[in-house]
Unconditional design. Sequence first.
Length: 333
Amino acid sequence: MALSTRLTSPVRPALAALRWAAPGHCRGLSTNQVPGHTLDLRGIFPPLTTPFSATQEVDYARLEGNLCRYASIPFRGLVVLGSNGEYPYLAPRERLEVVSCVRRALPRDRLLLAGSGCESTQATIELTVSMAEEGADVALVVTPCYYRGAMTSAALVQHYTEVANASPIPVVLYSVPANTSLDLPLEAVLTLAQHPNILGIKDSGGDITRMGLMVHKTQKEDFQVLAGSAGFLLASYALGASGGVCALANVLGAPLCQLDRLCREGCWQEARDLQHRLIEPNMAVTRRFGIPGLKKAMEWFGYYGGPCRAPLTPLSPPQVEELRSTFSANGWL
């Protein structure tokens, strides 16, 4: 599916603009049926960390090493240049090189989502086109937020519409209020869900009621909702979410894929037990210790974490011990 999208990409923006301008198992998830979707986003996507050397240069060899280990886990695809990839700290050249590196290593049957959101609409369009040229299958576009007071629902609808009209690849909306202090308004999401080149949303806010409304009110659209954290993955699936983009998948990818499978098969008790064991580790590598904690935990599971780029700082020894204790208490170490 990814390959066919790439081959037809030159005509997608024109078709999108024209259309936009015109007026399973009985106990399993209903998301097993997604007829008509251009790309199927069901499954788990790790938002990859960006490996840096001791001198804080992007370490492409280490990135390839992590990709080799992830190849054995049944991820639906990978996300690069999201919040966990330290996207704001990368130069434009580095961003494109990361996309190119991952695309070369990634099998064609796995999707590559690339973060291309910038503060201006023009810059977002230019970067999205460049990332498509480097092999991205989907553009993950975060809300512009520097002038958040002016980011009304109407302004955001206009921004995403122009990006989607110009993009040669499908667009996934990205709402991450913990980093942007801006939640993409529900009414804007419902309007944008009607756009033929907007495939879905990654919602990291954790408001389950809001996610349920998104699923409910977009059932007639070609639109998929992705949970933005492992902490509420089961709850999101129970309400009809298609998949998850979860930081914890960098560390515990196989268990998260197992949780995905249990939900789809309707094994809710086993899924609930597993979800409970994932909540505290997920909080530790997101809210509590952030990317430095995520990278430290990766090292305990055989991946390269390495340093973050300044001004992010490494964990203190007491923080490392607290992080380790959290994983141990839940049976992961």
